[in-house]
Design a protein around this ligand. Structure first.
Ligand code: RIB
Ligand code: CA
Length: 325
């Protein structure tokens, strides 16, 4: 199994990312970052999830409380005051590790070959790790992120929450040269938390299945939830679950209306069709933008998730929940 580090801000969908990673990957550690909730809360929530699934062997390392350049924005309207409202849980017995998340990421990657990173919250810790030790960029096998969107955002019309919260960190990551896999909201909108999916979890009848259903009861209470973060980890588990396009992506920092946008150059797809009809297997590259275009010559830098095999994704989630005692 892939050696894996998950940086997250639990968060209901982060909880599913943890549960998928803990069973299907060699999860070396969970690191936490301010995002959906404040750092103490998301760290407590990571411990809660790991105890729920009986994986108290997996350490949790707290990281940065928020961006270094802007004030943290949280999402209590989505995840509740605790960041994991809904399920009735007991306070975790374990404490988080005393080592900082960034130290854990850097030390582990520098001392262990073939580590895969994933980030399902703002990229604050990942950017800080790259700043601390740029060599991790070439040492990691890949970085999978839930963030951004090929066409639009969810926190603003242009920007997705994780990128918007710490756009400077995202800029650092997208400009680092790391082997980057982006699961944006263009992909995760294909991953609805339906009543059928939720009841399939509950009918498993075990702790993890009921826990997953209770997380969804709260998370999908407004009727329009997506298991965003689980898609990023699922891609690392089974690359066949997602069809991608290798595109040039950059981060808008200064736009009044577009700050935090993952500006995705879809012209690399040889198409004038709508998304549903894009031939993702086409290897023909769009002609370079005209002379004078600031995008001329900008090569693809990101594996952009475009299409999800939703039925097989659900099978993976249900199989994973079922396999927990
Ligand atoms: O925009 C969705 C992302 O923001 C997910 O990672 C969710 O957990 C929140 O952090
Ligand atoms: Ca998250």
């Amino acid at each position: 199994m892939k050696k894996f580090i998950l940086d997250c801000d639990p968060g209901h969908d982060d909880a599913f990312a943890i549960m998928l990673a803990a069973q299907n990957l060699d999860l070396l550690g969970v690191t936490t970052v301010g995002g959906n909730g404040y750092l103490p809360n998301v760290t407590r929530n990571a411990l809660v999830v790991l105890e729920k699934i009986g994986r108290t062997d997996i350490p949790v390392y707290p990281g940065h409380a928020g961006p270094s350049t802007t004030t943290l924005i949280t999402a209590p309207n989505v995840h509740g005051k605790s960041g994991l409202d809904g399920p009735v849980v007991t306070e975790p017995i374990r404490k988080p590790e005393s080592k900082h998340a960034v130290d854990f990421i850097v030390e582990t990657v520098m001392n262990t070959d073939h580590v895969t990173l994933a980030a399902t919250g703002p990229l604050t810790n990942i950017a800080a790790a790259i700043n601390r030790e740029p060599r991790i960029v070439d040492r990691v096998d890949a970085l999978y992120i839930m963030g951004g969107g090929a066409y639009a955002g969810n926190w603003t019309p242009a920007a997705e929450f994780n990128i918007y919260v710490d756009a400077e960190a995202a800029y650092k990551v997208f400009h680092s040269g790391i082997n980057l896999y982006m699961v944006g909201v263009n992909l995760t909108r294909q991953c609805p938390v339906t009543d059928e999916f939720k009841e399939s979890m509950r009918s498993l009848g075990n702790i993890a299945g009921v826990f997953g259903a209770e997380l969804c009861d709260f998370f999908a209470r407004g009727g329009d939830a997506r298991l965003h973060d689980a898609c990023a980890v699922a891609w690392a588990i089974d690359p066949t679950l997602i069809q991608e396009a290798f595109l040039h992506v950059d981060i808008e920092l200064n736009g009044t209306l577009t700050r935090g946008m993952t500006v995705t150059d879809l012209r690399f797809l040889q198409t004038d069709k709508c998304e549903a009809d894009i031939d993702l297997t086409s290897t023909k590259k769009w002609n370079d933008p005209p002379e004078g275009s600031p995008f001329r010559g900008k090569e693809p830098n990101t594996h952009v998730a475009m299409r999800l095999d939703y039925p097989r994704f659900k099978e993976l989630v249900l199989r994973t929940l079922k396999n927990y005692n």
